[in-house]
Design a protein around this ligand. Sequence first.
Ligand code: MRU
Length: 361
Amino acid sequence: MSVPHPSSTSAETPTPTLRWEGDHTGRLWMIDQTLLPTELKEIELGSVEAVWEAIKALRVRGAPAIGVAAAYGVVIGLQAVADAPREQFDAKLKETVDYLATSRPTAVNLFWALERMSQFAADRPEEASTKLLPKLLEEARRIELEDREMCAAIGRHGAELLADGSGVLTHCNAGGLATAGDGTALSVIFAAAASGKQLQVYADETRPLLQGARLTSWELMQRNVPVTVICDSMAGWVMKEGRVQAVVTGADRIAGNGDAANKIGTYSVALLAKEHGIPFYVAAPSSTFDLSLSSGEEIPIEERDPLEITNGMGRQTAPDGAHVYNPAFDVTPAKYIAAIITERGLIRPVNEQNVREHLAD
Ligand code: MRU
């Protein structure tokens, strides 16, 4: 049986996706998302290796949440050198950042957050380690807070795109579990629902790791937004039946021309939406853009363990020795994206000029 989120049963504050407890000597806590929807459990992370493992194993996942976790991971990695000379502190900072950067390759928010932490230290060369570490914790807290604010703004800007009474399909989980706030794609849905619109959400189950079935439906149910789980292979037929008027997904990395990487299967959904004349929207904060890449072809795509496909459901579902290919993400070309919703507003139409103008200071 799935577990109810505390918010559905009491006035208790819902368990946050991740949280820092204490001062700079403290610890990172997060929901272990691999256990949902049957167990809601927080885990305590006290070493940088534990943070790396949590990101790699998808205990924390979703581009913005990975970035926030990594920022706190830097603080944890530096705790052992809090009193060391600055040279030693800086060497450890580089080692920690380089290590955390190897956890997952596609979501650019990871590298964005690590770079921001490194730059913060680099901008304060005269600061003693003992004073710098608490300030680095403040910076990590700022990254978390800004992410929460970005989610709220994305919701406000995107809500107008969803008409009252419409069916909305989403893929993977771009909700509160994927961010420090209300999510990106789901923030749009939550904001539209909060404004009084009646929506019916279709959540692709999102093989192989079922983020849609396990996490998106769980989140929507906690917030009383009607949701129906479908197998990924049903999306086209559900569109053909006229049940879907809009698609909204998140993104892991968006290139300078608007091509957007997201969970494997998103590209297929975008093509299906195109064929059925349904607008396909991407919701993402500016920290998900990688303007150093001119197109989506340059986005590194994570390949994961074949066991996620052959043994992903608690039992073996393919013969021993079967060849498996398991790319975790795909790239949807900008031409299939009706608009990108960011905390600044809408990018529409999606092309290089509009992306760069939108993100210019
Ligand atoms: O492998 P995951 O679960 O980290 O993939 C997550 C996604 O693809 C999300 O859609 C994306 O990170 C956006 S989260 C706001």
